[in-house]
Design a protein around this ligand. Structure first.
Ligand code: CP
Length: 331
């Protein structure tokens, strides 16, 4: 199975084979970033626009680096520097950008569903770079790639996701992908931030020590204060007393546990510095893998492999080591 979608809007509903194909494609691209000259002509002549209505460090920069490593033209637009400040709507902005014939728009927006909304109304492909509390598919893919690299496989792993589950698009995308790839997922957080409907897919607990016990993977999440319209817990100090990941809690997990965090971290709130910078942390590996995952997403959408009926066009120049693997898997 290949990845035959026009857009990458979320991981909900993606089949295990599609997720594996995305991860394998990303893994194939990793070596480009290890080269002395980190550039291949794979997307020469393609245009990528990033349209960000929310702040970002990792996602925005890594999409730009990914596009440039594949020789695409990359244009970035942030809402604060766009005509959105003069009242232009998201749809009008996107239609105007679409009229300039980009191949892909990478969208981050505070409203859940914004990427789906645009995908139905523009010609180019849309990649969701985070929509409200809904999904953040490339983040969950880089998380899965990082877990797979360290653990060999995802099937059968105990994954504990801790924090503000209710408002976390990272938790939702990971829940969909990790379950589909065969992991057992536990969600841990204050009762007010643990949606009961997630009990159909994961074990829920508000006891951090119970939740991380025997975990192979612990993924810590930031408290999304910007999405909280009311008080879900008394104070940040009280939250950290019960839910901050410290060395003591890590000792309850498997001895080869790995610790993930999508960033940005609030040190001392959800994760202690000794854990964030300690031997079990793979947080910087996640950031590195973000480039490969975004290269794969851009490649699969912008190069239009999906439109060629499952064959990579002869003209497509792809990295030497990636080519045989991609040719095998596409179709
Ligand atoms: N993980 C993540 O989305 O980080 P940024 O908000 O910095 O892009």
């Amino acid at each position: 199975m290949a990845f035959s979608h026009r857009n990458l809007l979320g991981l909900e509903g993606l089949h295990r084979d599609e997720l594996t194909f995305l991860l394998d494609t990303a893994a194939s691209f990793k070596e480009i970033s290890e080269r002395d000259i980190k550039k291949v002509p794979t997307l020469r002549g393609k245009t990528i626009v990033s349209l960000f209505y929310e702040a970002s460090t990792r996602t925005r920069v890594s999409f730009e680096i990914a596009a440039k490593r594949m020789s695409a033209d990359f244009v970035t637009l942030t809402a604060t520097a766009s005509s959105a400040t003069k009242g232009e709507t998201l749809l009008d902005t996107a239609r105007n950008l679409d009229a300039m014939r980009p191949d892909v728009i990478v969208l981050r927006h505070p409203c859940s569903g914004a990427a789906h909304f645009l995908a139905r109304r523009v010609e180019c492909s849309i990649i969701n770079a985070g929509d409200g509390a809904h999904e953040h598919p490339t983040q969950a893919l880089l998380d899965a790639l990082t877990i797979r690299e360290h653990k060999g496989q995802i099937e059968g792993l105990n994954v504990a996701i801790v924090g503000d589950i209710l408002h976390s698009r990272v938790a939702r995308s990971n829940l969909f992908s990790l379950r589909e790839l065969g992991a057992r997922v536990r969600l841990i957080g204050p009762p007010t931030l643990l949606p009961r409907e997630f009990a159909q897919w994961a074990d829920l607990t508000s006891d951090l020590e119970e939740g991380v016990r025997d975990a192979d993977v612990i993924m810590m999440l930031r408290i999304q204060l910007e999405r909280q319209g009311k008080n879900y817990f008394p104070t940040t100090d009280e939250y950290s007393r019960y839910f901050c990941l410290t060395e003591r809690a890590v000792r309850l997990a498997r001895s080869d546990v790995i610790i993930l965090h999508p960033g940005p971290m609030n040190r001392g709130v959800e994760i202690s510095s000794t854990v964030a910078d300690g031997p079990y942390s793979v947080i910087m590996n996640q950031v590195t893998n973000g480039i490969a995952v975004r290269m794969a997403a851009l490649y699969l959408l912008a190069s239009r492999v999906r439109e060629e009926g499952g064959t990579i066009p002869a003209s497509a120049e792809i990295p030497n080591e990636a080519e045989p693997r991609l040719r095998r898997r596409v179709g």
